[in-house]
Ligand binder design. Structure first.
Ligand code: AMP
Length: 630
């Protein structure tokens, strides 16, 4: 057996022994009594009896050996600011934030919603929450009032931490009016709002509710707020993600299992060492931002770069200039970002000294071969694809170079990662497909390893039903992705089995976009599908039935209504959900039982065979779409 095959086998066959060993990488206040309690499947409880704290492991424990080493490097090419916080400084800022949250009434178990741009205060807020045992819910700053309101409603935060605004491509995006709108839409009202004032926009302060971070920070300049020792199984955060229904799911993560999983992944997968610098270009609003901007690198004693700005401003060399300046050893990005850079001057790739960089990891969406090859040749560094989900918190498929050096294969995110008992299952029979090159649903046999979701926030039943009962006759976790495994164990991901699409690495539910579009007064029905796109992987395209089509007399009228519909999406979900096109039809293709045939629409749009349409109600509906496209 090779070293990795042996390591992997041990993680499955001697699960508890394996993870007990990995658990030594973090500091516990009380040692766990039991490695994994799986007496109530599919609910796994990791490191039962242990008490620890994520902030302690990310910040305090490093004060001993690396107090003056950089911990957080906040770079904004939008405001042209760059600030380096050492572990000592980060420790102080986090305590100031923790004391401020406490003054606003936040206690252990309370939720704090964080709606922030990529600024240092967002990191302080996340770390402050876990320090005092509050559960943070970060909402991506690109989401608009409607999406934010539904998350406020579900998470019922005591306090919301936000800011006057962010900036993108030199344009200020005001957050405060969106936040106020979202709070007014939600039946739950936070008791306080804490605002970082970047002086990007004038804020309308609600007396008695809104507080300025600057003032509270001043007041708590010398705050000493000890870490709350939490049970390993206490929730650390929730993070909302899209699924088949319109209502986003609050993925709930634990404390001890997550800390152990991240520490292990930093060692075995990302190979980052204390004292080095990690640069993940994601956003704290996504899972990569949680695991590999904030917690993973800091737990490993690395400095982490938080970047606000575009990859192309001031020019396409900005990220590489940061690699040179901060001697980045590990970098993490998404295929879309690389495709954006591909359009820039290739000389920018060789302009900087990238000798510190060991590897570039890419995840979040399929990595196409030309993109992988281009960046591989341009950087002359290993490009490592890894496949995972918000739900899992760390890679399901990848290459564990820290265990055994393996080459990535273009088009494949790699092999099953240790701890994940990955299976390919027949979608109808649930039978396991063990042969090479068979297509099936990528599934994981329980228990999910440490660091994965515990449940859906406040909805155990939905957790079980959604993830564990979708495959007939088996209680097994479904990733909702199609996959193929070759004879050497390398997987290839072939896309989602559900109505989730992936636009530029952002996961969106087509139902969410449909619900938003349906709120336009002149739209009666709509189908949204994801269509292959050379730059973004996929884009959303909507086909809508108008209630009153009498005004749709010419191209200008179509364009006007299309713009109106897009605006509705901008205002409810945010520009991330905006369809690339909205086309108007008189009828949508459905089955005789009334189910939308999204897959058939998608196939027509992508010029593929539509497959079996015997259950289709009205063939003219699909023909209309063909006609529009031609
Ligand atoms: P998210 O929860 O936003 O991270 O999205 C997870 C989904 O993104 C997965 O279920 C896949 O559909 C897709 N995905 C993530 N990483 C990869 C990858 N390396 N290759 C192909 N698809 C990926």
């Amino acid at each position: 057996m090779t070293a990795y095959a042996d390591f992997y086998r041990r993680s499955i066959d001697d699960r508890d022994g394996f993870w007990a060993e990995e658990a030594k990488a973090i500091e516990w206040n009380t040692q766990p009594q039991q490695v994994c309690d799986y007496s109530n499947p599919p609910f796994a409880r990791w490191f039962v009896g242990g008490t620890t704290n994520l902030c302690h492991n990310a910040v305090d424990r490093h004060l001993k050996d690396r107090a003056d080493q950089a911990a957080l490097i906040a770079v904004s090419t939008e405001t042209n600011t760059e600030q380096v916080y050492t572990f000592t400084q980060l420790h102080a800022e986090v305590q100031r934030m923790a004391a401020s949250l406490q003054e606003l009434g936040v206690q252990k178990g309370d939720r704090v919603l964080i709606y922030m741009p990529m600024i240092a205060e967002a990191a302080f807020a996340m770390l402050a929450c876990v320090r005092i045992g509050a559960i943070h819910t970060v909402v991506f700053g690109g989401f608009a009032a409607g999406a934010l309101a539904s998350r406020i409603e579900d998470a019922s935060p005591k306090v919301i931490v936000s800011s006057d605004g962010g900036s993108r491509g030199g344009k200020v995006v005001e957050y405060k009016p969106l936040l106020d709108d979202a709070i007014s839409q939600s039946s739950h009202k936070p008791s306080a709002v804490l605002l970082a004032d970047r002086k990007l926009a004038v804020m309308n302060i609600v007396a008695g509710r809104d507080h300025l971070w600057g003032a509270l920070r001043e007041k708590h300049l010398n705050a000493v707020v000890p870490c709350e020792w939490l049970d390993s199984t206490d929730p650390s955060y929730t993070l909302y993600t899209s699924g088949t229904t319109g209502k986003p799911k609050g993925v709930q993560r634990d404390t001890g299992g997550y800390a152990v999983a991240l520490a292990a992944s930093m060692k075995h997968i990302y190979c980052g060492n204390p004292g080095e610098t990690y640069f993940s270009t994601s956003d704290i609003g996504w899972v990569v931002g949680h695991s590999y901007i904030i917690y993973g690198p800091l737990i490993a004693g690395m400095a982490t770069i938080m970047y606000e700005g575009l990859p192309t401003r001031p020019d396409g060399g900005i990220w590489w200039s940061l690699v040179e300046k901060y001697k980045v050893t590990v970098m993490f990005s998404a295929p879309t970002a690389v495709r954006v850079l591909k359009k820039q001057d290739p000389a920018l790739l060789s302009k900087y000294d990238l000798s510190s960089l060991r590897a570039l990891f890419l995840a979040g969406e399929p990595l196409d071969e030309p993109t992988a090859q281009w960046i591989n040749e341009g950087l002359d560094k290993p490009i490592i694809d890894n496949y995972w989900q918000t739900e899992t918190g760390w890679p399901i498929l990848g290459i564990a170079n820290g265990v055994e050096k393996k080459l990535s294969r273009f088009g494949s995110p790699g092999v099953a990662m240790y701890g994940y008992n990955v299976k390919l299952l027949d979608e109808n029979s649930g039978d396991e497909l063990t042969g090479a090159d068979q297509k099936g649903v990528v599934a994981i046999e329980g228990p999910l390893p440490p660091g994965c979701m515990q449940t859906i926030w406040q909805d155990d039943a939905r957790f079980v039903k959604t993830y564990w009962q979708s495959i007939p006759g088996k209680m097994v976790y479904s990733t909702f992705d199609w996959g193929v495994r070759d004879k050497d164990g390398y997987f290839f991901i072939l896309g989602r089995t559900d109505d989730v699409i992936n636009v530029a690495g952002h996961r969106l539910g087509t139902r969410e976009i449909e619900e938003s579009i349906s709120s336009h007064p002149n739209i009666s029905e709509v189908a949204v599908v994801g269509i292959a796109d050379a730059l973004k992987g996929q884009v959303a395209v909507a086909f809508a039935v108008v209630k009153d089509a009498s005004g749709l007399v010419d191209a200008a009228a179509h364009a006007k209504l299309e713009a109106e519909v897009m605006k509705v999406v901008d205002n409810t979900i945010g520009a991330v959900g905006r369809p690339a096109r909205v086309r108007f039809v008189t009828v949508l293709p459905k089955t005789r039982s009334g189910k939308l045939l999204r897959r058939a629409i998608q196939a027509v749009c992508e010029g593929r065979d539509v497959g079996d349409l015997t259950t289709m109600d009205d063939p003219a509906a699909l023909q209309q779409i063909r006609d529009i496209l031609s």
